[in-house]
Design a protein around this ligand. Sequence first.
Ligand code: UD1
Ligand code: CA
Length: 428
Amino acid sequence: MNLSIIILAAGKGTRMKSSLPKVLHKISGYEMLYYSIKEAKKLSDDVSVVLYHQADLVKREMQKYFDDVNFVLQDHEKFPGTGGAVMGVDTKHESILVLNGDMPLVEAEELKGFLSMPNDIVMSVIELQNPDGYGRVIIENDEVVKIVEQKDANKEELKTKSVNAGVYLFKSHIFKNYLPKLSNNNAQKEYYITDLVEMAKKDGLRVSPLYVKEENFKGVNSKKDLSDSEVLMQNRIKENFMRDGVIFRLPETTYIESGVVIEGESVIENGVSLLGNTKIVNSIIKTNSVVEDSEIVDSSVGPMARVRPNSTLKSSHIGNFVEIKKSTLTGVKAGHLSYLGDSDIDEGSNIGAGTITCNYDGKKKYKTKIGKNVFVGSDTQLVAPVVIEDDVIIAAGTTVTKDVKSGVLAISRTPLKSIEGFFKKFFS
Ligand code: UD1
Ligand code: CA
């Protein structure tokens, strides 16, 4: 597509009251700026991100996901402000779309609306009951006359309910002709990108408003905005899954990050968190369970179970207070109260309540391997590294310290002693 995109992300984000740069605050598992770049790349082969405050950190974090984005350092000392931000960017194409890095809810599909208008400038407008904090857009005869920042607005202008959402499409000649003429003669002593509108308009060029929805173009300036946007993003994620046939019980109590995949006839009960690159297929995740970076197929999890990263459950059931980490369970039942870490457990095996894989000796982690049809009695400790072959019974209360061969009963127990008359003697 014949389009360049500039994402503004140099601002300090003072209102966030945070040492973390604003655009690195996460929503549903990813940094806000990640979403802007991801959507931009769907529309353009020429995406630039303007940075300044903690530029190295922001760049490093984004390079984890994207390798073909131009990072541009704003000359913030000399040219602060959103206008100053675009001054140093070289763009390839005739049309330039400007996005803010603090608008994580904008989707590529909606941005296409800006491209279908033939004008010199197209700018996003939202109608708000409470326009507080935004630049006001003065519109006459369906054309934008100018944008006035709240801090520069007079009483009459402050009443305007049409506000600037902060997304614009400029033809490149606008940048070429008017950016050098921007001044910082305003309340904030900044170079405003919004002043380009008034300059172009005065020269008889056309500026069109494009009315957009607040829930998609919401800017994040504070922690309150961050949590409001999180709610909107969560609703969007869950609605998409419901449309694909997933059942959510009390969806507003569940938290599903945007890297999660849910397929088939799955049920997500209340209080569930699905994090990272988790994949759920034809499974039920019961109340208050947490699954992170794991794959659950044809299985049931919880209530109150925790599946930690790099685990795979296939045709298995884990019940309450079972914690799984970096383990593969295939056709396994672990109904209650267990810790299974760094383990591989095969078909038909049953893990009794209170089973612990002792995978850590204080220095290193070790693996536990359990074969097919193994019955692990309650309160068993498996001191790794250890291998239990197929068709084994491990008696309740056993501490397994060496490998167990196929077909046996493994038992380690202190024999029970009964001392006659002890009770009466002790308590009298
Ligand atoms: C800006 C608009 C305002 C609009 C609002 C929508 C201007 C002058 N005002 O105001 O009309 O209603 O967005 O959210 O543009 N940035 C830089 N370099 C800078 C300053 C900012 O890159 O020197 C970036 C920020 O990181 C941010 C974006 O530009 O992503 C917007 O900056 P912000 O300070 O949030 O602008 P607003 O005051 O909200
Ligand atoms: Ca803003």
